[in-house]
Design a protein around this ligand. Sequence first.
Ligand SMILES: [Fe+2]
Ligand SMILES: [Fe+2]
Length: 337
Amino acid sequence: MDDQNRTDRRNFLRAGAIGSAAIGAMAFTGRAVASTPTIGDIAILQFLCAAEQIETDLWEQYAEMGEQNPAYRDALQDALDVDIVIYAADTRDDELSHDKFIAAYLRSIGVTPVDLTPFKVIPSPNVIGGGGRLRLTNLTQLTLDTSYYTRYHNGLNPDFDNDIPQLATITAQSAIPTKQIEGKRDLIGMAGVSGLHFAAIEQGGSSLYNTLLRQISSVEVLEIVSSIYATEAIHFAIFNKVLEQYPGFNNGNGTLVIPDLTDRRQNSAHVMATPTQFLRADLPLCSVIRPGTPKNSGTVASATGLVKSGLFTGQSQTFLDAVVSFAKAADAATRPF
Ligand SMILES: [Fe+2]
Ligand SMILES: [Fe+2]
């Protein structure tokens, strides 16, 4: 590691501490409490700033591969939707806007935002559309939790300890081409991993933002988090819908098995968020984003889920430790009234 890198990482790790100090100082300036972000609010925004950089990085990879690699693009369009690459590029632009906005807001209140740029160390596959560019995230060894599909289609909620089955088995699979020439059939498998990952990321983002709403104190921070939250849910709805066209795939060795999802459309399975138990068991079912509790979808739970998915395979321990520490600081935030 060169000196510049070391300095960048130190600055990154200190960002949270500097932020806390700045806010501590602000508390004595006499500004209205309701609009002054608390230390907990800052911790939440720092975590979201990091999360949005992670989202931007992975969507950038999907958009670039979809735009530049004709074989991958064809497979995505055949197996998911003719407009899927446009959706991926639009989502990348949205995530980038989230990242830039949160970072600018933090700077506007005297806080140095988290900057993950020094951790762009994972080379993309050296194929057309990947080009060996250095990334934060790794899309080539994904192990996906696909229970969100069953949860939303079948009216289940992890917050009520429902036992929620997986839709598919995806163990250490690549969502993008890793060789210059991939077989057509293998590309359909990759398109399935991509499609299920698209929706997985955005339902996770929706649940995370939803959960954080109840921990925020400042009205202004509440406005930021609630407004971005809604766009994450829009993303999820679109990527949930495109899965309806997926024809199914089985690689024959049990590590990639995705059922034919066109079947479910024919059987009129719900594409909207099916009503589920919510808040209390004695209340009627309600169509809501789920889960929505710190235990299942707070910052620590979300960061743990991303690590388990293999998204950071090849990242340094420093990176993982930093993400966990930001997640813990944000998880501890509570509304003081
Ligand atoms: Fe986002
Ligand atoms: Fe997102």
